[in-house]
Ligand binder design. Structure first.
Ligand code: FE
Length: 237
């Protein structure tokens, strides 16, 4: 039986053949039909509550802009950008962590990380939140900070002193010890090997319509009335 030999084929040949067949070759050698819309890689989850559910701490107007415009735009941009990279098809978390290492993918990193950060932020809030955690989480807070009040103070200071746009996070370190870190712009503690447990958005779009320049009032109200300790406990595991 004769076996047809396979000639070596150059990238230029691949591009020419693909174009003739109506296909598009993407970065990394992935091929999909030209003009076909790639399935949206990342689906933005709906808000976990009504737009007005966080009032009076965060107004429906703020949530409407913050979720409906900012959060959804990050998803939309990340979907467009990832489609043309070898990271297409990977989970959101992997995409932003990989994109963070490649200066050429800075736009994808920013949008994918912001998409992730915002979903985490919305899930970390709930109407009639606040109060005190219990069980393993309460114990971890006691061990790591000396108590809930001290933990809230450190979180609040980080949120208030983050210079410019960014985030303040409660995280678990490699030994399971809890700590507070702040990050600028889109950065996420996962980039440093820390496990996020909760976050507060301190970009101005998160509070300016309701609190103007009084970021500290926004932070205090969120910590007292909206923090979802069940979400934090679930993340601690
Ligand atoms: Fe935001």
């Amino acid at each position: 039986m004769s076996v047809p030999c396979t000639p070596s084929i150059s990238r230029r040949d691949v591009l020419r053949l693909a174009a003739g067949a109506g296909l598009m070759v993407m970065a990394g050698g992935l091929i999909r039909p030209a003009g076909a819309q790639a399935a949206a890689a990342f689906a933005a989850p709906p808000l976990p509550y009504a737009e007005n559910a966080l009032e009076p701490v965060i107004s429906a107007r703020t949530v409407s802009f913050h979720y409906g415009k900012h959060t959804l735009s990050y998803f939309e941009n990340a979907n467009k950008m990832v489609a043309e990279t070898p990271l297409a098809g990977q989970p959101l978390e992997k995409v932003f962590l990989e994109a963070a290492k490649d200066p050429k993918l800075v736009g994808l990193f920013r949008n994918a990380a912001q998409a992730w950060n915002h979903v985490f932020y919305w899930e970390g809030l709930k109407p009639n939140g606040g109060g005190a955690p219990s069980g393993k989480l309460a114990k971890a807070i006691e061990t790591s900070f000396g108590g809930l009040e001290a933990c809230q103070k450190v979180l609040s200071e980080a949120a208030v002193t983050q210079f410019g746009s960014g985030w303040a996070w409660l995280v678990a370190g490699p030994e399971g010890k809890l700590q507070v870190v702040k990050t600028g712009n889109a950065d996420n503690p996962l980039q440093e090997g820390l496990k996020p447990l909760w976050v507060i958005d301190v970009w101005e779009h998160a509070y300016y319509l309701d609190y103007q320049n009084k970021r500290a009032d926004y932070v205090k109200a969120v910590l007292e009335k909206l923090i979802n300790w069940d979400f934090v406990a679930k993340n601690l595991g």
